[in-house]
Write a protein that binds this ligand. Structure first.
Ligand code: CP3
Length: 326
């Protein structure tokens, strides 16, 4: 949830000297930024490798830029299904994204066992959204138009992405990642029907594929988290999709979420990132309230989505301290 990022002055300082994706591609810099919040906040229980979900479209040959004040831009998006042919697929993950694996290994060493390291990827529908919209979107109407107009071709694109994501996540495990998180941040634009038809099968195939391949390579089984933002309607399906942890955004009540998923998965979340704008006394009250509702078993305290750049790092600290004290 942007554990490292623009809310930290030490990140802004380093970022002012380098382009965003240059940082992602330079293992020493990606490692340094991953460690920044770990140094600053002794209460953090885990670290997440500094990178971005959009390195996958880059690996498939698309140009992705991170523009100040705009966010990610793909200047040459997929327009019609024929454009799928332009993607450089299959991808050699080691060749194209070897820099991520180097950053993971370097960071594992530098952490010296202090906290575990999380690897991650975007989920196929979310990546497809960026690849067709050419960046963020308020409606995802272009990407959704593919699902209605070109369902077979959409499935083809989603399966290309699924296979690429599986290989990418397995390589992160080989490199040293100890938990994997899959971000389906654009789930909120799909209703139950489209989600179950297009997004969910990919999410299931990713956990299945990763766990099979990890086993085949004689590595330890790897816990996995699925964060499908806004997909309340699919929580019970997500609970049976092969992930140990389900990440929640702040728009669902923890007790209701637990009722939907049953007792066998861990829940993660779901503090409103804007809740960190509150005064510290209110943050404490609200964090305690959240933890009470989730209970202290099978629960990972976290924000419900990415932290905003203008959040006071001391307020983030109060969040973490309250979780631990309570
Ligand atoms: O959490 C971490 O510290 C790990 C690093 C991380 C980043 N992006 C760094 C980042 C992770 C896990 C991501 C995932 C990511 N990237 C997602 C999924 C999670 C989510 O937020 O839903 C998505 C959708 C992206 C794509 C992306 N990258 C967007 C939409 C933006 C712009 C955000 C904004 O606030 O304008 C980014 C940029 C980005 N990714 C930043 C960071 C630290 C800020 C970039 C900058 O310095 O300019």
């Amino acid at each position: 949830m942007r554990q490292a990022g623009r809310y930290l002055p030490e990140f802004r300082e380093l970022r002012s000297q380098h382009d965003f994706f240059t940082i992602c591609q330079t293992p020493a810099l990606a490692c340094e930024i991953t460690l920044q919040p770990i140094r600053r906040f002794p209460d953090l229980d885990a670290s997440i490798i500094f990178s971005d979900i959009l390195v996958i479209p880059q690996a498939l040959g698309m140009v992705v830029e991170m523009r100040p004040t705009v966010g990610p831009v793909l200047p040459d998006p997929l327009v019609t299904p024929e454009d799928i042919g332009k993607l450089s697929y299959p991808v050699s993950i080691r060749e194209k994204l070897g820099y991520v694996m180097e950053a993971v290994t370097l960071t594992r060493h530098k952490l010296e066992g202090s906290v575990p390291l999380i690897g991650f990827s975007g989920a196929p529908w979310t990546l497809m959204g960026y690849m067709i919209e050419g960046g963020g979107s308020k409606t995802m109407s272009k990407a959704k138009s593919w699902l209605y107009k070109y369902p077979k071709e959409s499935e083809r694109l989603l399966s290309i992405l699924t296979e690429t994501v599986v290989d990418y996540l397995v390589e992160q495990v080989v490199a040293g990642a100890q938990l994997l998180q899959v971000f389906e941040s654009n789930a909120e634009y799909l209703g139950p029907d489209l989600f179950k038809k297009f997004a969910l099968p990919c999410i299931q195939n990713i956990s299945l594929g990763v766990k099979e391949k990890v086993k085949a390579r004689n590595l330890n089984d790897i816990p996995m988290t699925i964060f499908a933002k806004g997909a309340h309607y699919a929580l019970s399906e997500l609970a049976n999709s092969g992930y140990e942890v389900i990440g929640l955004d702040w728009t669902i009540d923890p007790e209701e979420a637990r009722r939907c998923v049953g007792p066998n998965v861990t829940l993660q979340g779901n503090f409103d990132p804007c809740g960190l704008y509150a005064g510290v006394d209110d943050i404490e009250v609200n964090v305690k309230n959240m933890v009470n509702k989730f209970g202290k078993q099978r629960y990972i305290a976290n924000l419900g989505h990415g932290i905003y750049p203008d959040i006071d790092p001391d307020h983030a600290k109060v969040f973490m301290e309250t979780v631990h004290l309570f």
